[in-house]
Design a protein around this ligand. Structure first.
Ligand SMILES: NC(=O)c1ccc[n+]([C@@H]2O[C@H](COP(=O)([O-])OP(=O)(O)OC[C@H]3O[C@@H](n4cnc5c(N)ncnc54)[C@H](O)[C@@H]3O)[C@@H](O)[C@H]2O)c1
Length: 256
């Protein structure tokens, strides 16, 4: 993922205050903390200990304290973290208080499900426009939004100030769609198509591929089966062959 801005990408420098330089792994965990904090707030909790929040988010508490220290948030001894304040701090660092407009391109099976999901708004995102190349889909309404032809992307990108593009087209069209999104100034792309996209410096791409996640789980299933098949094997053999104590964080074990 590139850290540099492409000369052709409109600069938004100066629009936001300087942010702390956070490790990518910390950035990836902040949304987990945020989700847990919202659940705590909804159930009437005003404060939470680092151990409580770490357990809710599925990480170890030392890691959580380190992550939050990057935000200048240390909690209060004997009290813990102020839930509302920590929500505010994390949302501010993630830029969620700006409600970024999302364009969804490809309104087939997956696109329909994404467009129909009401949960994005409560987590800081607004699907602002839907696009497809199939004229039979144009005009269809999903969750209050009308499907536009992809040719209308330049006009609507300006009108809606589109910031993030989600690609849910077949892999064969994904690069062309990415190029179109970049051409209208989109600098963040979430790609569901099973392919690697080439983008200019300054454009961030994240990929979601459930098949890859399943293949990684398959490897771990395979490995567990091969270890338990060994003579005299059991949970202790699994631990020693794995090279130490079992992890307390099952998500770490699959390398996410
Ligand atoms: N990431 C995941 O976990 C995951 C899961 C399921 C599907 N997928 C992928 O998501 C993509 C969509 O899957 P689907 O089942 O919804 O496919 P689909 O065929 O039902 O829908 C694809 C849509 O994209 C549109 N499209 C094609 N080219 C286009 C273009 N140039 N511009 C705009 N729209 C265009 C088509 O008209 C169609 O409506 C595929 O690449 C699939 O492999 C990923």
């Amino acid at each position: 993922m590139s850290q540099h801005r492409h000369p052709g990408v409109p600069s938004r420098a100066g629009a936001v205050p300087a942010l702390p330089d956070l490790p990518e792994a910390t950035v990836a965990r902040l949304p987990e903390y945020l989700r847990s904090l919202h659940q705590l707030a909804e159930t009437g909790h005003e404060t939470v200990s680092s151990e409580g929040l770490a357990a809710a988010a599925g990480v170890n508490s030392a890691k959580l304290r380190k992550d939050l220290s990057h935000l200048g948030s240390y909690g209060t001894r004997g009290v813990g973290y102020d839930v509302a304040l920590l929500i505010e701090q994390i949302e501010s660092v993630l830029g969620l208080n700006q409600r970024r407009a999302v364009a969804l391109v490809g309104v087939g099976n997956l696109g329909h499900a994404l467009a129909g999901y009401a949960g994005f708004a409560s987590r800081g995102f607004r699907i602002a426009a839907l696009f497809d190349a199939d004229r039979t889909r144009v005009g269809e309404e999903i969750n209050g939004l009308v499907v536009h032809h992809i040719d209308e992307l330049p006009r609507i990108a300006v009108e809606e100030r589109l910031a993030i593009g989600v690609i849910a087209t077949p892999a064969g069209s994904a690069q062309a769609v990415a190029d179109q999104l970049v051409a209208v100034g989109v600098t963040s792309i979430l790609n569901f198509a099973p392919c690697v996209l080439a983008v200019p410096d300054g454009v961030d791409v994240r990929k979601v591929d459930l098949a890859i996640e399943l293949q990684i789980l398959s490897f771990h299933e395979h490995r567990k089966a091969s270890l338990t098949a060994l003579p005299g094997s059991g949970p202790s053999a699994l631990t020693s062959l794995a090279g130490g104590a079992p992890t307390t964080d099952p998500q770490e074990a699959i390398g996410t």
